[in-house]
Write a protein that binds this ligand. Structure first.
Ligand code: BT5
Length: 315
C-alpha cells in the first residue's frame, strides 16, 4: 500500500474526518482523497460517509485483500492478492524470477494447488493459500529451516486461533486425534528454490491452511480451523503467520528449538518413505538442519526429506 493511502486509512480509523481536512493534512487534492477512499472500499474496507466525514466502520477490519493484509502488518512484506489463481507458488516463482523479494502472493482460491512431488493440493475459496518470495543470503543446506519456520509460524497462528495444533515432520501442521498417534491435517508447506551449490538465489515458501472450509469439501484425513474452533479472521491469521515467519527467518538458530516444542513426531513410531525406500522405527529428534533421526532395528538413520507417517504404538 502506498504511504498516502496508508495515511488515509489511518485517519479514517481515527475518524470521522472530512475530505477537505484530510486533503489539507496530507497535502493533496480533495479528488485524490476521494480516489483513495474509493480504492480502500474496493479493497474491502468498510468506509462510511457520515455528516462529519469519512470513518472506518466497526472495530475490526474483516476485509481480505492485499491492502487489508498489509494494513497493520508488522513484517516487511508487500501483499499481492488474487481472488483465484492456479497456484500461488507458480505466481511467486514468476515474481522471484523477475528479481522480486519479500512479496507474498495470496489467493482466496487455487485451481491448480500443488503439494510436494506434484501431488494435488485442494484449495477451495475460504482457505489461506499464500506463497512468500524471499532471497536469503544462506547456503542451500540452510533452506529447510525456512520450511520449518513456516510450519512453526502456521502452528503458532493456529494455536492462537484456539486449535491444539502440532507439527508432523517435516512440514505438516496437524491436529492430533486421541492418543494413539492419529491426526488430521490442517496445513502443509511447499518450499521451492533456485540457487547454486553455495548460495540460494530465491526461495518460495508456500503455505496452505484449511481456514474457513467445510471438512466435507476437503480430502479424507483433513481438518479445518472453522471445524476445530469456528471461523477465523483470515486477515489477522495471515498477518500472524507472516509476522512469526519473519521473526524466525531473522533468527534461524531459534527455529529448531521452537519446532521441537511444537512437534508431534519425536517419540512417535514412524514410517518414512525416502525416495521409494521405507524406514520404520521410533523418531528421535531433528538435527540442526531439520533432518530427522529414526531409531530402527538396524540402528539410527538420519533422513533429510521424505514422507513421514505416524504409526500406532506397538502394544
Ligand atoms: C503439502 O504437500 O502438504 C504441501 C501443500 C502446500 C500447499 C500450498 S497452498 C499455497 C501454495 N501454492 C501451492 O500450489 N501450494 C502451496 P504434501 O505433503 O505432498 O501433501 C499433499 C497431500 O495432502 C495430498 O496428496 C492429499 O492427500 C493431501 N491434501 C490435499 N489437499 C489437502 C488439504 N486442503 N488439506 C489437507 N490435506 C490435503
Amino acid at each position: 500500500m502506498n504511504d498516502t493511502r496508508r495515511a488515509v486509512l489511518e485517519a479514517l480509523a481515527d475518524g470521522p474526518v472530512s475530505g477537505p481536512d484530510l486533503a489539507t493534512e496530507l497535502e493533496c487534492s480533495r479528488a485524490a482523497v476521494w480516489k483513495h477512499v474509493e480504492a480502500l472500499r474496493d479493497a474491502g474496507f468498510d468506509v462510511e460517509s457520515t455528516g462529519s466525514g469519512y470513518v472506518l466502520a466497526g472495530d475490526s477490519i474483516d476485509a481480505y485483500s492485499g491492502p487489508a493484509i498489509e494494513y497493520g502488518l508488522e513484517a516487511p512484506f508487500a501483499v499481492e492478492y488474487h481472488e483465484t489463481l492456479a497456484s500461488t507458488n507458480d505466481r511467486a516463482r514468476e515474481l522471484a524470477g523477475s528479481g522480486k523479494t519479500d512479496v507474498v502472493v495470496v489467493a482466496d482460491e487455487q485451481t491448480g494447488g500443488r503439494g510436494r512431488l506434484e501431488r494435488v493440493w485442494d484449495a477451495p475459496a475460504g482457505g489461506v493459500w499464500l506463497s512468500i518470495v524471499c532471497r536469503p543470503e544462506i547456503p542451500p543446506a540452510r533452506a529447510p529451516l525456512y520450511t520449518l519456520a513456516a510450519a512453526v509460524a502456521t502452528a503458532k497462528a493456529a494455536r492462537e486461533a484456539g486449535i491444539d495444533a502440532a507439527i508432523k515432520w517435516p512440514n505438516d501442521v496437524i491436529v492430533p486425534v486421541g492418543d494413539e498417534g492419529d491426526y488430521r491435517k490442517l496445513a502443509g508447506v511447499l518450499t521451492e528454490m533456485e540457487g547454486e551449490t553455495d548460495r540460494v538465489a530465491w526461495l518460495v515458501v508456500g503455505i496452505g491452511v484449511n481456514a474457513n472450509l467445510e471438512v466435507a469439501d476437503l480430502p479424507e484425513g483433513a481438518t479445518s480451523i472453522s471445524d476445530e474452533a469456528g471461523a477465523v479472521d483470515r486477515r489477522r491469521f495471515v498477518q500472524r503467520v507472516l509476522e512469526t515467519f519473519d521473526e524466525y527467518r531473522s533468527d534461524l538458530d531459534a527455529v529448531i528449538p521452537t519446532w521441537r516444542e511444537l512437534a508431534a513426531t519425536p517419540g512417535q513410531r514412524v514410517r518414512v518413505d525416502v525416495a521409494g525406500t521405507e524406514l520404520v522405527g521410533r523418531a528421535v529428534d531433528v538435527d540442526e538442519h531439520g533432518a530427522l533421526t529414526v531409531a530402527t532395528d538396524e540402528g539410527e538413520r538420519t533422513v533429510t526429506a521424505g514422507d513421514c507417517e505416524h504409526l500406532r504404538p506397538i502394544e
